[in-house]
Design a protein around this ligand. Structure first.
Ligand SMILES: C[S@@+](CC[C@H](N)C(=O)[O-])C[C@H]1O[C@@H](n2cnc3c(N)ncnc32)[C@H](O)[C@@H]1O
Length: 215
């Protein structure tokens, strides 16, 4: 049943991805950076970490604990989180606007649903049990686009769906107070906050993992 649903959703996402491809994609704070490694080189760093014995799937472990049958990996990059969730039997769709990052994801896992799209205007025409913004996506979206991003991601959740985001707290990016305030404006309330994907308590650290659900 799960794999049948997965096939159907993949077909749907591929169709929607093509429609989305027709729209001009805007930029992000990620695409504009020349000092950050992209695509295959970004992916190689995670591979190195995995080879050194580190668990690079803390996000997937965290998301899986909610028991979702379907997950939107929003700002999926090279697909690290989506691929792991898919390997664990979850129906996933990865969305990103950076073709260098998505190119790596597509090469590594051609059978998964990869959508080239801007999170500010995303309309996939389907919902998910969970959506995850992993790997600092919230500090790489264009300043001022945060509400549009969170609103369109939240619109892709089922009624009881959970929106999960992990990002660094930096002076030049969205603060946790701003994040919660935007969430509240779009009808989502804080359900939990930790300082790591392993659920260490949040006590003002410079990294936060937050979950929000519809009010
Ligand atoms: C640091 S990478 C994280 C990739 C992946 N989530 C991970 O954890 O490995 C941040 C990603 O956010 C994406 N991004 C930023 N703004 C976006 C937007 N408006 N729409 C889609 N993707 C966006 C970037 O293109 C980039 O791939």
């Amino acid at each position: 049943m799960r794999s049948k649903e997965r096939l159907l959703s993949r077909k749907n996402a591929n169709r929607i991805g093509k429609i989305n491809d027709l729209k001009p994609l805007t930029s992000s704070r990620w695409s504009g950076r020349t000092d950050l490694v992209q695509g295959d080189r970004y992916d190689a760093r995670w591979k190195q970490l995995a080879q050194s014995g580190q668990n690079i799937h803390g996000e997937a472990d965290f998301v899986e604990a909610y028991g979702p049958l379907s997950v939107l990996d929003a700002g999926c990059g090279t697909g690290r989180v989506a691929m792991e969730l898919y390997r664990r039997g979850i129906d996933v769709v990865g969305v990103d606007l950076d073709e260098r990052m998505l190119g790596t994801a597509r090469r590594k896992a051609p059978d998964l649903s990869w959508v080239s799209g801007d999170l500010t205007t995303l309309e996939l025409g389907r919902t998910f049990d969970a959506a995850v913004l992993a790997g600092n996506v919230m500090i790489f979206v264009l300043p001022g686009s945060e509400k549009a991003v969170l609103s369109s991601v939240a619109n892709h959740l089922t009624t009881n769906g959970v929106l999960i985001a992990g990002f660094e707290i930096k002076p030049d990016a969205i603060s946790l107070a701003e994040y919660d305030s935007v969430m509240s404006e779009i009808g989502m309330e804080l359900a939990g906050r930790w300082s790591t994907w392993q659920r260490d308590p949040y006590q003002g650290q410079r990294y936060a993992v937050s979950t929000h659900r519809r009010i």
